[in-house]
Design a protein around this ligand. Structure first.
Ligand code: IFM
Length: 455
């Protein structure tokens, strides 16, 4: 069923990617090693031994990729800058060739009428900083990151208006330092909670730095957020849901938008919580121009007595081989429940509990098992997913949520971290043998949405 919707005239429709997931060229033009290069090159870390050495070869194919974006009519493109491409060891002199790559990319986008949204940290920390100081588990890393932000902002800040400091601090800290399935692959709760705090500090200092270079720049941070439902109505499941929500959402939103970590969570974490220095919370809660929301699925929480401190657990923690249906509910090939109302709940909660800041949906999308059929990809499940989610964003806007734009994750199929290339999120299919790109039906659907505002 098609329905006409009218988004606000300045509403931005874009798509997102990140450097390690698409660029390849891992050793070219003076780029240094990142923790993701190191992690992928370590046997047994990534499904099928996949690695991002070549990925979508975007480093060489960026011009064609811009043409693709243009043909889709994108208003904006969100990409990230690889820190070790700019600073091979994380510090010192900038690598001119690295800066020039992003300089050309930004010019190319602007020429094509596409607004660049730049993310500074999408997880590919220079390996040298991991080795030297333990990466973001060390407060010193904030200083290095700010230096990096300054170098990039000096180069691009005259043309890039929208900046995202950090992508998903929670995922970086929890997956990388608590459960170890992402780089740098540590399992250390003290390091994990220090990492979250240091990333929030890094966000704030980088924001200040960017604005000192060009105060017209709009700066935000992208958080992975979800709405958590309780498995049953029992009091134990209600308590589990409450604490799961603080652990997943509150730990990021409260410090940024209320200037404090949630009390209950902080008490429960007393063994592991990071040292907060005077002035930290004020800095972290400095006014941000927009909040980036990455939203994919909603989990259900339930009581599990043996989980230490929290006594709570959530569904959806295992990645299956393929997409599936269970009890009439569709799950993506990541094993994530398709639950469009999640994005609406998140937006309405930000409006109600956090003062209705400007929001960009900086990521939303789905991995399904795509099949190439005579040179086409009829990905009707992805279309259905996107349509329902955009519809929910629209509904939130109708109810005065301050949403300024929506970015599909992702423009291209790409390297999906621990599960390598086995999961495809793109609206454009990538044949990794030939690097041939094919616009999926969802890409054409998105093009039509942007053109006609028709869901
Ligand atoms: O691919 C990732 C992206 O790098 C961060 N957000 C979630 C996406 C899908 O898992």
């Amino acid at each position: 069923m098609e329905s006409h919707v009218t988004f606000p005239p300045s509403f931005v429709f874009g798509s997102s990617t990140s450097a390690y997931q698409i660029e390849g060229a891992w050793q070219e033009d003076g780029k240094g090693e990142s923790i993701w290069d190191r992690f992928c090159h370590t046997r047994g870390k990534i499904r099928f031994g996949h690695m991002g050495n070549v990925a979508c070869d975007h480093y060489h194919r960026w011009k064609d990729d811009i043409l693709l974006m243009k043909s889709l009519g994108l208003n904006a493109y969100r990409f990230s800058v690889s820190w070790p491409r700019i600073l091979p060891t994380g510090e010192g002199e900038a690598n001119q060739k690295g800066l020039d790559f992003y300089d050309r990319l930004v010019d190319g986008l602007l020429e094509a009428g596409i607004n660049p949204f730049v993310t500074l940290f999408h997880w590919d920390l220079p390996q040298a900083l991991q080795y030297k100081i333990g990466g973001f588990s060390n407060r010193e890393c904030v200083k290095y990151f700010t230096e990096f932000a300054i170098k990039v902002a000096k180069k691009l800040g005259d043309r890039v208006n929208h900046w995202i400091t950090i992508n998903e601090p929670w995922i970086y800290a929890v997956f990388g330092a608590l459960i170890g399935v992402h780089a740098p692959g540590k399992r250390n709760p003290w390091a994990a909670f220090r990492t979250i705090h240091n990333l929030l500090l890094a966000h704030a200092t980088a924001m200040e730095a960017i604005k000192s270079i060009n105060n017209k720049c709009l700066v935000g941070i992208s958080l992975n957020l979800t709405s958590i439902r309780r498995m049953t109505d029992s009091q134990k499941d209600r308590d589990a849901t409450y604490i799961a929500d603080l652990f997943f959402n509150g730990i990021q939103l409260d410090p940024l938008l209320k200037g404090q970590y949630p009390n209950l969570l902080w008490n429960k974490l007393r063994l592991f919580r990071p040292r907060v220095q005077p002035g930290d919370m004020k800095l972290i809660s400095s006014h941000l121009d927009f909040l980036g929301v990455n939203c994919y699925t909603s989990a259900r929480a339930y009581h599990k007595w043996y989980v230490p401190f929290f006594h709570a657990w959530m569904t959806g923690s295992r990645i299956p081989d393929t997409e599936f249906m269970k009890d009439g509910i569709q799950y993506t090939s990541m094993g994530w429940e398709v639950y469009p109302k999640c994005i609406y709940n998140v937006l309405m909660r930000i409006k109600k509990d956090y003062g209705n800041p400007s929001v960009y949906i900086t990521e939303n999308g789905a991995a399904f098992d795509d099949i190439v059929d005579n040179g086409a990809i009829h990905d009707i499940k992805r279309i259905d997913f996107l349509r329902k989610h955009v519809d929910m964003v629209y509904k939130a806007i109708q109810e005065n949520a301050n949403v300024k734009g929506y970015f599909v994750w992702s423009l291209l199929d790409n390297f999906e971290w621990a599960v390598g290339f086995s999961k495809r999120f793109g609206i454009v299919y990538v044949d990794y043998n030939t690097q041939n790109r094919i616009i999926k039906d969802s890409g054409f659907w998105y093009r039509d949405l942007i053109q006609n505002q028709k869901i």
